[in-house]
Design a protein around this ligand. Structure first.
Ligand SMILES: *Cc1c(COP(=O)(O)O)cnc(C)c1O
Length: 414
């Protein structure tokens, strides 16, 4: 007797349809999100999901890996090519895994890591007490300068000299300015620390030449593939030959089991897409759009942390616009108005991370959808309108306008 094929799961696929509709009809401004290509999704949804491939190409524990080996080799080669790196590990399931594997490769539990303060733009995996990084390692941190809300490399050097961390991490999840890898390298050389650059957010800007590459300076560079890089939801690590064996061992068998071969295949696709000349234009346009949106938001009466942006994101300080409006309320109001973004702490935020005085806004997704200057001005106007009025009628009006705008820039038409 043969087993009958399962009927289609209508319940789940109705949810997928609803989510596609949401992405098509509301404005996506979450700085860490993007719209991947059909090709990336095709690879992610392929038969490669069926294969167990513990190990690395040519050195697997199970049989039948001679085909998927080619996919991982392709992903590694393209990744090295894209970032000008000697070695690439494309197996991390996510950015968090790439970071933890890097720490486990280069440090002993109890060693000191110095990273950016979480409440000033740093990431959970750089030493939050609720994250493994904060439980396994001693954490010291640096922040932004009080007056201009930018990194102060002299201040970072002073803290590093005093604290003598074994590893210094650059990289952020909510910092709107360029991060210069060179002074970090100099500080690390002076105190004999390892330099890790977490490029999770800006990997696409680096790949597209819009921001300086940390790869020649950092001992290890980690990144996600799904943010500005526009690939599948995952992570990767690049480094020099000198760190290759330690990194590979830390990812597998140190931290992970079998790699997600379908996602690795999708990373190969994303790296290929990022190697095309058009990706340079995309990366540049992300920044152009962010600057245009920032200027238009300022014209709407919003204060921007550090006065603007150099990258794909900006932080609004809501207090001068409306002293009583929290990030949490603003996020909910905008959700109802068809504008998706997230509340975020601003430097020296008097409110808690669950309430916040700020909003984080990013342009990677709307840029992929094809929006440019005029649309940035329109979006800023819609945000201003929704947050000024906040009543049901106003939000319905903005939602309608957002849907009309999105109908001209639909990421997934059919
Ligand atoms: C997003 C991000 C990560 C984590 O990525 P996940 O894929 O969500 O685990 C790590 N570091 C920084 C700076 C990030 O912005």
């Amino acid at each position: 007797m043969t087993v009958a094929p399962a009927p289609r799961d209508e319940q789940l696929f109705a949810i997928v349809d609803r989510e596609r509709e949401r992405q098509n009809t509301t404005i996506q401004l979450i700085a860490s999100e993007n719209f991947t290509s059909r090709a990336v999704m095709e690879a992610t949804g392929s038969v490669l999901t069926n294969k167990y491939s513990e190990g690395y190409p040519g050195k697997r524990y199970y049989g039948g890996n001679y085909v998927v080996d080619d996919a991982e080799e392709l992903a590694r080669a393209r990744c090295k090519d894209l970032f000008g790196a000697e070695h690439a590990n494309v197996q991390p399931h996510a950015g968090a895994n790439a970071n933890l594997a890097t720490f486990l490769a280069l440090l002993q539990p109890g060693d000191t890591i110095m990273g950016m303060r979480l409440d000033q733009g740093g990431h959970l995996t750089h030493g939050s007490p609720v994250n493994a990084s904060g439980k396994l390692f001693k954490i010291v941190s640096y922040g932004v300068r009080e007056d201009d809300e930018r990194l102060d490399y002299d201040q970072i050097r002073d803290i590093a000299r005093a604290e003598r961390p074994k590893m210094l991490i650059a990289g952020a999840t909510a910092y709107p300015r360029l991060i210069d890898p060179e002074p970090f390298r100099e500080i690390c050389d002076e105190i004999g620390a390892l330099f890790v650059f977490d490029a999770a957010h800006i990997a696409g800007l680096i790949a597209g030449g819009a921001h300086p590459s940390p790869v020649p300076f950092a001992d290890v560079t980690t990144f996600t593939t799904h943010k500005t890089l526009r690939g599948p939801r995952a992570g990767a690590i690049v480094c020099g030959q000198d760190r290759a064996a330690a990194i590979d061992k830390a990812v597998f068998p140190g931290l992970q089991g079998g790699p997600l071969m379908h996602v690795i295949a999708a990373k190969a696709v994303a790296f290929w897409e990022a190697l095309q000349p058009s990706f340079k234009d995309y990366a540049a346009q992300i920044v152009v759009n962010a600057k245009a949106l920032a200027a238009a938001l300022e014209a709407e009466g919003f204060r921007l942390v550090s006065g603007g942006t150099d990258n794909h994101l900006m932080l609004i300080d809501l207090r001068p616009f409306d002293a009583d409006l929290t990030g949490k309320v603003a996020q909910n109001v905008l959700d109802r108005a068809g504008i998706t973004l997230n509340m975020n702490t601003i430097p020296n935020d008097p409110r808690s991370p669950f309430v916040t005085s700020g909003l984080r806004i990013g342009t990677p997704a709307v840029t992929t959808a094809g929006m440019a200057g005029p649309e940035m001005v329109e979006i800023a106007g819609l945000i201003g309108q929704a947050l000024r009025r906040r009543d049901d009628a106003a939000l319905a009006e903005v939602r309608e306008a957002a849907a009309t705008l999105c109908s001209k820039f639909t990421p997934y038409p059919e």
